[in-house]
Design a protein around this ligand. Structure first.
Ligand code: ADP
Ligand code: MG
Length: 649
């Protein structure tokens, strides 16, 4: 006759145990032809299950060869073995091994997911199979809602899902009462009649007597092999649906299925998933907030600057910000200012001095910053008035004892802005009339409660300070001149006048650049800290995924038994980790947004600007964390040996 379907030759299987090895199967020769119904019997511990696992390609022999339809399984890689299990074998286990989170119909359909059958066809076939096995009314029941006999029928349907040319049943009746057991045996017998090759492992001679051939095994050796029924009919098994394994189209189906499984896993462990996500939520929320805050303050400062105008140049004594000796330098004078205002590239010049003095009104006194400025200062700095006016150029020439006060000063001494107008404040010991009150200024960070008073620089220099040098000169460059060119012309002019460089020059454009680079650096730094929290969150995800893989080892075994490739298992757990993190990322973005709204209500001047790029970036980042930290656990899962995974309880 033609070649056997399954053929073991000289097969041994030993396991490492302690220091040595135990040999469970020794030199087994066994040939099974298509259409046979074989019972493998023997006492408990004789190696029946080990033999069955070898036959089903869940395990591989230590020695000897195993050929399926003439092909040596030793030459096959993991995916090819998975394909054999998926397309040719159907397993029935003593303990059913159904997945508790799936309905009966979904359990039955699972093998065809890995074969890439479209979902409509999957559903139709799983319903048809369950109906054929008398479970039409239990399609949506979970395994825990079914009796043992019903569960075993579901598992028979699952074995048939992809065709089940060879049915491997390991003690299929072992956990059933005799009535249910007989039903299962009847079903197996009718499957054999229909052309399926059926191999039953049992320790029960009564069960074995239903087979047409009995192979007895003891101590890992075959003791007897006798035929008790008729020769097998050389029938092809029935309806083996055309199963395509063509990759491209089916990969997508498998991704969707893996995502669905990940969703189910997340739902079954809500609390755990939530806590795992929390790390990611907090990490993403802080990254997004920091970026939005940085962007908000940057935009705000830039808006302030553009109100001042970038064609403004400031001149200070000293050699840069924070120069300690600057206050001792007295060479910057009003004559410099006059010389500058005579230049063709200069639109206007505003000299400036400042000091702190005690301000008194009746019995109230407070310290204020007194700035001596020109009549153009309000324009140059974009200050608006709540009441009154700014002092005139005439007041500057006359050294008029006029002042403009800010909102803080107004609050300190007077009621409303209008009440302040015309009142006399004593600055140091100079009485000055209030001619204007500025509106409250929004500051970028927190509130500023310092008092500011402006007076003509001539008044400040002669009457209050008695100094003839300036603290700063602000130059507004003429419209048609470039700020850079004007800046070098100013530097040359002052150098000539002073004979050396004892001043430094800032233009608003450089300040803008400084602010931009400072906020960028700050954002980067704080983001690094936030990234650390994300990494911590990621480690949490990895930890939980390791737990999840350990908990679901049996599920992994079942999936592998029905033909999941390593890639499928890897994808399922990777997707689960990525989905947890992505959901966490979405939660984080929402949290950042909600907290920005809440802060904006409480703190004035608090602005956060969310950009699409930062949100998309955050979501990509969180998914990437999932993939990164989920990889190790997922790889562990994918690299399990099916037989080990199934054996784990
Ligand atoms: P049966 O199914 O006939 O009751 P098994 O094939 O399950 O027997 O096991 C046969 C023997 O092999 C037992 O003594 C068991 O302890 C041993 N065995 C099975 N699997 C392993 C393994 N993975 N590692 C070590 N020993 C094993
Ligand atoms: Mg066993």
């Amino acid at each position: 006759m033609d070649q056997p379907l399954l053929e073991l030759r000289g097969v041994s299987r030993s396991f490492a145990e302690g220091d040595g090895t135990v040999t469970v199967l020794r030199d087994v020769d066994l040939a099974i032809r298509a259409g046979e119904m074989v019972a493998i019997v023997g006492p408990s511990g004789s190696g029946k299950s080990t033999l069955m696992n070898l036959l089903g390609c869940l395990d591989q022999p230590t020695d000897g060869s195993y050929r399926i339809a003439g092909e040596d399984t030793r030459t096959l890689d993991n995916d090819a073995l998975a394909r054999l299990r998926r397309e040719h074998f159907g397993f029935i286990f003593q303990r059913y091994h159904l997945l508790g989170d799936l309905t009966a119909a979904d359990n039955v359909a699972m093998p065809s997911v890995y074969a890439g059958t479209p979902s409509a066809a999957r559903e139709a076939r799983s319903h048809a199979l369950l109906t054929r096995l008398g479970l039409a009314h239990r399609l949506d029941y979970r395994p825990s809602q079914l009796s043992g006999g019903q569960q075993q029928r579901v598992s028979i349907a699952r074995a048939l899902m992809n065709g089940g040319q060879v049915i491997l049943a390991d003690e299929p009746t072992g956990a059933l009462d005799s009535a249910s057991g007989d039903e299962v045996l009847d079903t197996l017998q009718s499957l054999n009649d229909a052309g399926h090759t059926v191999i039953i492992v049992t320790h029960d001679m009564h069960v074995a007597s239903r087979a047409r051939r009995i192979v007895e095994i003891a101590d890992g050796r075959i003791k007897a092999d006798r035929r008790v029924g008729d020769e097998p009919k050389a029938l092809a098994p029935d309806a083996s649906p055309a199963l395509t394994d063509s990759s491209s189209g089916t990969v997508w189906l498998r991704v969707i299925e893996a995502a669905r499984m990940a969703g189910i896993a997340m739902r079954t462990h809500k609390m755990r998933t939530f806590l795992t996500m929390l790390g990611i939520v907090i990490g993403i929320a802080s990254v997004v907030s920091v970026v939005a805050l940085g962007e908000g303050s940057r935009q705000r400062i830039l808006k302030d600057i553009s109100a001042i105008g970038t064609n403004t140049i400031e001149i200070y004594p000293g050699n840069g910000f924070g120069d300690m000796r600057a206050s001792a330098i007295q060479t910057l004078t009003t004559r410099d200012a006059d010389a500058l205002s005579g230049q063709p590239f200069v639109a206007s010049v505003s000299p400036g001095v400042s000091t702190s003095l005690t301000v008194r009104y009746r019995n109230i006194s407070a310290t204020a910053t007194i700035s001596g400025v020109s009549e153009r200062f309000a324009d140059v700095r974009g200050l608006s008035l709540a009441a009154g006016r700014w002092f005139s150029s005439d007041a500057v020439t006359r050294r008029a004892q006029e002042i403009v006060i800010d909102d803080n000063t107004r609050k300190t001494f007077f009621g409303s802005a209008d009440q302040a107008l015309g009142k006399i404040l004593v600055i140091g010991n100079v009485p000055c009339r209030v001619v204007g009150v500025t509106i409250k200024k929004q500051t970028t960070f927190g509130s500023n409660d310092s008092l500011n008073v402006w007076t003509p620089y001539t008044t400040a220099m002669t009457r209050m300070l008695g100094q003839n040098y300036l603290k700063s000169i602000t130059v507004r460059v003429a419209d048609n001149v470039s700020t850079g060119a004007a800046q070098s012309a100013i530097e040359n002019l002052l150098k000539r006048r002073h004979g050396r460089t004892d001043f430094y020059v800032n233009n608003m454009d450089t300040i803008r650049q400084t602010i931009e680079s400072t906020t960028a650096t700050m954002t980067l730094l704080i983001s690094m800290i936030a990234v650390i929290s994300l990494v911590v969150g990621g480690i949490g995800v990895m930890n939980i995924m390791l737990v999840s893989v350990a908990e679901r080892t049996r599920e992994i075994g079942v999936r592998m038994a029905v033909g999941a490739r390593r890639g499928d298992i890897l994808m399922q757990f990777l997707l689960e980790a990525a989905l947890v993190c992505l959901t966490g990322g979405i939660g984080g973005v929402l949290l950042a947004w909600v907290s920005s709204v809440a802060f904006a209500q409480m703190v004035s001047g608090f602005s956060m600007v969310f950009s699409t790029a930062s949100i998309v970036g955050a979501l990509l980042c969180s998914s990437a964390i999932g993939l990164l930290f989920g990889y190790l656990p997922a790889r562990n899962a994918a690299h399990m040996k099916p037989v080990d995974a199934l054996a784990r309880e």
